[in-house]
Design a protein around this ligand. Structure first.
Ligand SMILES: [Zn+2]
Length: 337
C-alpha cells in the first residue's frame, strides 16, 4: 500500500476512536513522532484527563453522544480539545453546565471539596475553556457548542456558589488550604485517583469507541476504589455484540494498555443476551486499576419518546436508528418516529 493509502487507513481507524474530523486526525498523524498512532498521556496530564472523564464523561443522561462528549482532538504540542455536546435530553442541563458544576472546585467549608481538587481555569477563548491542574504543565480545552459563552456561564456559576456560601477555587494561584486539607484527610482517595489516571485518560482518548464499536444508547460510569465501572445499555433489537468494544479497547495498536482478566458472558451461542454480561479488564503490566464493563440488555419500552428526545438534542439520525431501532410495537399509526 502507498504511504498515502496507509495514512488514510490509519486516519480512518483513529477517527473511530477519537471522533476527530478526518483531516484533523490525518494532519495529527503526520505531525506526531509518537510510536503509537494514539498518543498516551502520563503524569499530571493523565490525571487531568482522568478527572474530566470521571466527573464529566460519566454519562447518566441522554446526549447526542453516549457520554455527552463527541470527540477528543489531539495534536502534538497542543492540549487535547474535548468537544462537548449541547443540551441533554429530558433535563434542563447542558454539558457546559455540568462541566462547571462537576469539574470546577469549590469548598464546602468543613465538609469537603466539590469538583476536581487543583483544577483551575487558565483562560477562556470564545467557546473554549482552558483548564489545568495547578502547579503542573497539564492542559486541556473544553470546547462548548459554537454559541457557548463561557465568560457568562462562569460568572453565573461563581455567583451561584457564592450565594450558597461555597467559595469557588478555580481562580486561585496555588492549591488552597481547603484543597490541601481535603487531600490530607483522604490520602488513600487521592492516591487511587492518581494510580488509575492512566485508565481514565486512555478512555477519554478513545471516547468515540462507545459510538463506533458499541450500540450503547446510554452509559453510566462511576468509580469504586480502583475500579472504574461502566454500564453500557443496549436496546433490544440493536446489535448486542460486546466483542467489538472489547476488541477495540484491547487492540494491540489502538487500544488502551488493557487486557480482559475475567468475564461472565450471559449470551446464548448466537450472541443473544440472556442477562447482564460482565468483563473485568486490567492493565497489561499489572498497574493498579480495573475497568469493569457491564453490558446490559435494555427493553427500552418508551422507545419512541427516547428517540424523539435524542433527535431534539441533535443526535445523528443514523446512530439513533442503530442504537434505538424501531421495534414491531412502534410501527403503529400516530407514533412519533
Ligand atoms: Zn455476553
Amino acid at each position: 500500500m502507498s504511504a498515502g493509502g496507509r495514512l488514510s487507513t490509519l486516519t480512518r481507524t483513529r477517527v473511530t476512536y477519537t471522533g476527530e474530523p478526518f483531516q484533523f486526525a490525518k494532519d495529527s498523524l503526520k505531525q506526531q513522532d509518537n510510536q503509537t498512532p494514539l498518543p498516551v498521556a502520563t503524569g499530571a496530564q493523565a490525571q487531568l484527563e482522568s478527572q474530566i472523564m470521571a466527573l464529566l464523561g460519566n454519562g447518566g443522561r441522554l446526549w447526542a453522544h453516549p457520554t455527552g462528549i463527541s470527540a477528543v482532538l489531539m495534536r502534538p504540542g497542543h492540549p487535547p480539545v474535548i468537544k462537548l455536546d449541547g443540551q441533554s435530553a429530558g433535563a434542563p442541563t447542558s454539558m457546559n453546565e455540568l462541566a462547571l458544576r462537576n469539574l470546577l472546585p469549590c469548598a464546602e467549608v468543613g465538609v469537603q471539596i466539590r469538583g476536581a481538587i487543583g483544577l483551575r481555569v487558565e483562560k477562556v477563548n470564545r467557546s473554549d475553556l482552558h483548564v489545568k491542574l495547578v502547579g503542573t504543565d497539564s492542559r486541556a480545552i473544553l470546547r462548548g457548542i459554537p454559541q457557548t459563552n463561557w465568560h457568562r456561564e462562569l460568572d453565573g456559576e461563581w455567583e451561584r456558589l457564592h450565594t450558597m456560601g461555597f467559595p469557588p477555587l478555580w481562580e486561585e494561584d496555588s492549591l488552597t488550604e481547603h484543597e490541601q486539607q481535603d487531600t490530607q484527610e483522604f490520602p488513600a482517595l487521592a492516591k487511587t485517583d492518581r494510580d488509575i489516571s492512566w485508565l481514565g485518560s486512555a478512555m477519554l482518548r478513545r471516547i468515540s469507541a462507545l459510538c463506533s464499536a458499541s450500540s450503547a444508547y446510554f452509559v453510566n460510569s462511576w468509580i469504586t476504589g480502583a475500579e472504574w465501572i461502566t454500564e453500557i445499555s443496549t436496546a433490544t433489537g440493536a446489535d448486542f455484540n460486546h466483542h467489538h468494544l472489547l476488541a477495540a479497547l484491547t487492540d494491540p495498536v489502538w487500544g488502551a494498555a488493557l487486557r480482559v482478566r475475567r468475564s461472565f458472558c450471559a449470551c446464548d451461542p448466537l450472541g443473544k443476551p440472556k442477562g447482564q454480561c460482565l468483563f473485568y479488564l486490567g492493565h497489561k503490566d499489572g498497574r493498579t486499576g480495573t475497568l469493569q464493563l457491564r453490558f446490559l440488555p435494555d427493553p427500552v419500552n418508551d422507545r419512541a419518546t427516547k428517540r424523539a428526545a435524542l433527535r431534539s438534542v441533535g443526535a445523528d439520525a443514523a446512530w439513533i436508528d442503530r442504537v434505538l431501532p424501531i421495534t414491531g410495537n412502534e410501527h403503529g399509526p400516530g407514533v412519533a418516529r
